[in-house]
Design a protein around this ligand. Structure first.
Ligand code: PBG
Length: 332
């Protein structure tokens, strides 16, 4: 045996950078930020070490910390002062996200993306309007079409506050179209939409639901979020969102769904985003805490893999930590 083809020739230290197919840069990353109207000091999130819910007054400072690391884009989540059946604090002009966005837009150049959903704002924790009787019969689902109008109102209120992009995440049928129509009607035709297009009903959202206090009070989300078993259905979901005007297509979670990321990459020309969710973060943190994994190494490898699968942008709780280790490419 004397192999003629020896792939190892391209693995020396000198040549590896020349043949590298995928690179990671701070400009690929979007950092989630939580603003909380129920507190006047920062509250650490137990299940997501290194992350906190910050009061509105600290939002600008928090975004400053993110930008220090080279990450210029954030996705904002809000914990409102009160909840009701319709989630009315979600579109209030003086709502937690609206106030935070206004301050961030006024005082920084950060690129602000807002999550457009109802689950953190409804007292039942579902991503839309539910039948009263659903409390007794959790097989009843969200009232799809009535929810659309609320999503559109939320998006417009975020745009009015100064958001740069909105990201509807409720998996309501027709949500992208409704949000697009609302934005266009309110004079925001140029504001892009990042759709949570293929969002799976995943157990990996657990820590987030603690962080944002958005767990459903009864039932689950399997009537509106996707079945983890389905990849072809993800393509149908994405196609619908493209038809309705989505500008960026997101897959969520990321690592367990890289096949979906890669299939969307091949089939569509739009930028593809992947959400490396709270559970993906928490499990690496937990293993690292025990000394079983090297956190920086596994985090970087995870993000690189998500890009290699075809994502252009990554929403990740590792954004700051990893960006700090990367050279910036903002020199233009
Ligand atoms: C919905 C929303 C959720 C996440 C982002 N947007 C929660 C859910 O669908 O249950 C989860 C993100 C994460 O787990 O990191 N507003």
């Amino acid at each position: 045996m004397d192999p003629v083809r020896r792939p190892r020739r391209l693995r020396t230290d000198g040549v590896r950078p020349l043949v590298r197919e995928t690179t990671l840069s701070p400009s690929d990353l979007i950092a989630p930020v939580f603003v909380d109207a129920t507190t006047d000091e920062r509250v650490p999130i137990d299940s997501m070490p290194g992350h906190e819910r910050v009061p509105v007054e600290e939002a600008v400072a928090r975004v400053g910390e993110v930008r220090e690391t080279g990450v210029e884009a954030i996705v904002l989540f809000g914990i409102p002062e009160s909840k009701d059946a319709r989630g009315s604090r979600a579109w209030a002009e003086d709502g937690v996200v609206q106030r935070a966005v206004r301050a961030i837009a006024e005082e920084t150049d950060a690129y602000v993306i807002t999550d457009v959903c109802l689950c953190e704002y409804t007292d039942h924790g579902h991503c839309g309007i539910v039948e009263e009787s659903a409390r007794e019969d959790p097989t009843l689902t969200v009232r799809n079409d009535e929810t659309l109008d609320l999503l559109s109102r939320i998006a417009v209120s975020h745009a009015e506050a100064g958001a740069d992009m909105v990201a509807p995440s409720s998996m309501t049928d027709g949500m992208v179209g409704a949000v697009r129509e609302g934005l266009d009607g309110a004079g925001f035709a140029d504001l892009p939409i990042m759709s949570y297009a293929a969002k799976f009903e995943s157990a990996f959202y657990g820590p987030f639901r603690d962080a944002a206090d958005g767990a459903p009070a009864f039932g689950d989300r399997r009537h509106y979020q996707m079945d983890p078993a389905n990849a072809r259905e993800a393509m149908r979901e994405v196609r619908l969102d493209v038809e309705q005007g989505a500008d960026v297509l997101m897959v969520k979670p990321a690592l367990p769904y890289l096949d979906v990321v890669s299939a969307i990459r091949r089939e569509f020309d739009h930028p593809v985003a992947a959400y490396n969710v709270s559970g993906e973060y928490a499990m690496l943190q937990a293993a690292a805490e025990r000394g079983w994994l090297d956190l920086d190494e596994v985090a970087r490898e995870s993000l690189l893999s998500i890009k290699r699968a075809g994502a252009d942008l990554i929403l990740t709780y590792f954004a700051e930590r990893i960006a700090e280790q990367l050279p910036t490419d903002r020199g233009r």
